[in-house]
Design a protein around this ligand. Structure first.
Ligand SMILES: CC(=O)SCCNC(=O)CCNC(=O)[C@H](O)C(C)(C)COP(=O)(O)OP(=O)(O)OC[C@H]1O[C@@H](n2cnc3c(N)ncnc32)[C@H](O)[C@@H]1OP(=O)(O)O
Ligand SMILES: O=CC(=O)O
Ligand SMILES: [Mg+2]
Length: 728
């Protein structure tokens, strides 16, 4: 049953109640005015939103036609054509962004950014609390410390493994906060002498830090500190000392743990990592966002036979070395990712029966909830309030999947209208631009220009970007195997051009330059080796999939000073557009062996089925799915977009046949069923795959992939998930 608002517009009743009963009373906004304004907003902006989507399709049709008419690709004529159709626009004259009131986690500090599905309260709380994490736990519990030669973690503590953990962590201290003389390994005790940290060795000798100012605070007494807080590259390290502690009792200096400042910011995701297909799903997601902002979200769950309750951590309070209080934010700075411009939502319907653009409703609701934090900020003495988010009065919205500057301009107009509706000062709502569609990449400066007063990040969402790479050039020819696409010139050019754009547009000090997700959540040793390249490339943040990854990736920002790197990079030669536009096609598809083709299909299809079955049948928007080498991969809608577009491309160009794909799908359905055996709520796809909604969804994603708007997966996922919900 719907709530008739004006006679030409209907609001979903659950949504109406949620806003009226749970949100509006906290905002001081008038209900009648709010609904009137929301209706007007949707009436005004929905047609524009739809027009932007038509433009996407028109451009895609023109690009398809061009490739068909130009089988011999010529870069010069290609670029001329892209300009002619307005896919490529003129670069704006040099400018710098003017974004103000940005929290220091975004503007000044460099460190990991965690992403989490907001609908999972247990994970979302964990993510918000992942501002701080135990280095000992992250090392002990991951493959960062190898498991061979008696080092495997076991049910009881393995002291041999523990020794490697402690050695690694103290090596790290020696590296980033070295002592003037000697090593942290050999320290017998730490004390604070006036404003200095002193380390004493067993022979009675002592040493200070090479950089004494790295010592900033302590807990308990100077003579017998229970914590020592160090600071390097703006990030804190807490050395916890407890001579009675589980680890500390066996440690020469009594160090019980080393905690690091890890996820400086966290994206609460309403987009690609969640499955929200109807009003009740959306309300659940909004409610969690509200609980996080208000500070009262809790989650009760069973872990290892114990019932646990999780809530948000308070701030951390220490003694400053000069005697004052030293207060550190206890939680990640929370950002919220809205959906893009594509999908509509049943939360609201116009007179013609059209659902409202979901991105418009997300902007209004997530901002209105974000506003509760700002009201608290103004109303309350900050030192008395434990849970708050922005200390500069900003709301941070990450907007995904925008195509080019006119879509960014539209988002900014939308945010401006929302600010007017909510009575917020202009540019309170900050915009994070995902550089993850090709039309945004090639016009990035023009995109930033449109948002120059409110942009707070650009981030290379290379997963969606790869999907869009395939879809945009679907007609150009067959693409390389998925892993080889990553090695081609276009991607490095895209990554470099993104950093360069951020630097030339004045991001340092105002906004983040971000890099993409580490999509192998269990491969922490590899991450420690590979992801240091992100700060080295000039990025001030990069995405991680879990708190453990956040802790370990944080080490990189101690090892690399991003400010210095950014200074060095300023003024490097611009990346040629031709490199960004070089499509990663296969030169000689006929050289692929049948085995290579089968392997590629098997890998893609295992990922697709493994992800889609949980999405459609169980409403799980982000999963860890083993690939054919049994490495667990983070799969979300963006990785699904790549896999499904890749097979669609190979089908189109005859690299594989539909029969081959069907056969691999049947084989992989059995495999995925086996992988999920015993999982509560799981429904097998085989042997009656024709009755499985998940299997049908996966088939549609592949065989109808070419026709999907920009190759996106959400229209089909939503359709099949809704059917699964109806089927109960
Ligand atoms: C292309 C893009 O758009 S990328 C952005 C979207 N992707 C994401 O947001 C990825 C977020 N990550 C995740 O959802 C998960 O890590 C997955 C699905 C990849 C793996 O989940 P699982 O298989 O359940 O992880 P695993 O069993 O190893 O670990 C679970 C533990 O880690 C925690 N955890 C895992 N990921 C996260 C996270 N992102 N935030 C907070 N906590 C997390 C869980 O809370 C849980 O700990 P608990 O028992 O104390 O609650
Ligand atoms: O959103 C991130 C991506 O890689 O896509
Ligand atoms: Mg993305």
């Amino acid at each position: 049953m719907n709530q008739a608002l004006k006679k030409e517009c209907e609001i979903n009743q659950g949504f109406y109640r949620f806003i009226n009963e749970e949100v509006l009373p906290l905002t001081g906004l008038n209900s009648a005015t709010f609904w009137h304004d929301l209706t007007a907003l949707v009436e005004d902006l929905a047609p524009e939103n739809r027009a932007l989507l038509r433009t996407r399709q028109q451009l895609q049709d023109q690009i398809d036609q061009w490739h068909l008419a130009n089988p011999q690709f010529d870069m010069e004529s290609y670029q001329a054509f892209l300009r002619e159709i307005n896919y490529l626009v003129d670069e704006p004259a040099p400018f710098t962004i003017t974004t103000e009131n940005v929290d220091q986690e975004i503007a000044e500090l460099a460190g990991p950014q965690l992403v989490v599905p907001v609908m999972n309260a247990r994970f979302a709380l964990n993510a918000a609390n992942a501002r701080w994490g135990s280095l000992y736990d992250a090392l002990y519990g991951s493959d960062a410390i190898p498991s061979d030669s008696g080092l495997a973690p076991c049910r009881k503590y393995n002291p041999a493994r523990g020794k490697h953990v402690i050695d690694f962590a103290k090596d790290f201290l020696d590296q980033v906060c070295p002592l003037e003389k000697g090593s942290h390994h050999d320290v017998a005790s730490y004390t604070v002498y006036f404003q200095h940290l002193l380390a004493y060795f067993p022979d009675g000798s002592e040493s200070g830090l090479v950089s004494p100012c790295q010592f900033v605070a302590f807990a308990n007494s100077k003579a017998d500190p229970s914590s020592i807080v160090l600071k390097n590259n703006g990030l804190h390290i807490e050395v916890v000392i407890d001579r009675q502690g589980f680890i500390g009792q066996h440690d020469l200096s009594g160090i019980d743990d080393i905690k690091v400042e890890a996820a400086l910011s966290t994206i609460m995701d309403l987009e690609d990592s969640i499955a929200a297909v109807d009003a009740s799903d959306k309300i659940a997601a909004y409610r969690n966002w509200m609980g996080l902002i208000q500070g009262n979200l809790t989650a009760e769950f069973d872990k290892n036979g114990h019932t646990m309750e999780r809530h948000l951590n308070p701030d951390k309070i220490f003694n400053c070395k000069n005697g004052d209080e030293y207060r550190l934010h206890g939680r990640s700075l929370l950002l919220v990712r809205n959906v893009g411009h594509l999908m509509d939502t049943e939360l609201m319907q116009d007179a013609q029966g059209n659902f409202a653009p979901e991105g418009i409703i997300d902007a209004v609701v997530t901002s209105m909830i974000g506003m509760l934090d700002l009201q608290h900020t103004h109303d309350m003495d900050m030192s008395k309030r434990d849970i708050h988010n922005s200390r500069t009065g900003s709301i941070y919205i990450v907007k995904p999947k925008m195509h080019g500057p006119e879509e960014v301009a539209f988002t900014c107009r939308l945010f401006g209208r929302v600010e007017d509706m909510l009575g917020l000062a202009r540019n309170t709502i900050k915009l994070g631009i995902m550089d993850e569609e090709r039309r945004t990449t090639v016009n990035l400066k023009a995109c930033i220009y449109e948002a120059k007063e409110r942009v707070f990040f650009i981030n290379t969402g290379f997963l969606d970007r790869t999907g869009d790479e395939i879809h945009t050039s679907m007609e150009a020819g067959p693409f390389l195997p998925k892993n080889e696409i990553k090695q081609q010139v276009w991607i490095q050019a895209y990554e470099n051009a993104n950093v360069d754009a951020g630097l030339t547009c004045g991001f340092p000090g105002r906004a983040q330059i971000g890099k993409g997700m580490w999509a192998m959540p269990d491969e922490m040793a590899s991450m420690l080796t590979a992801k240091i390249e992100h700060p080295r490339s000039g990025a001030s943040t990069a995405w991680v999939p879990s708190p453990t990854a956040a802790v370990l990736h944080a080490l990189h920002y101690h090892q690399v000073n991003v400010n210095d790197v950014q200074q060095q990079l300023k003024g490097r030669a611009a990346t040629p557009l031709s490199k960004v536009l070089t499509v990663p096609l296969m030169a000689a598809p006929e050289k692929l062996t049948n085995e290579q083709i089968e392997n590629e299909l098997a890998n893609n299809i295992q990922g697709i089925l493994g992800y889609v079955v949980r999405w459609v049948e169980m409403g799980v928007g982000c999963s860890k799915v083993p690939d054919i080498n049994n490495i667990g991969l983070m799969e979300d809608r963006a990785t699904l977009r790549i896999s499904s577009q890749h097979i669609a491309n190979w089908l189109k160009h005859g690299v594989c046949t539909p029969q081959q794909v069907e056969a691999v799908m049947d084989r992989m359905a059995q495999q995925v069923d086996q992988q999920n055996a015993g999982l509560a709520g799981y429904r097998n796809m085989s042997p009656n795959s024709e009755q499985s909604l998940a299997f049908k969804a996966a088939r549609a994603l592949i065989f109808e992939g070419e026709q999907q708007p920009s190759g996106y997966t959400e229209p089909l996922l939503h359709q099949y998930r809704q059917l699964a919900k109806q089927a109960g």
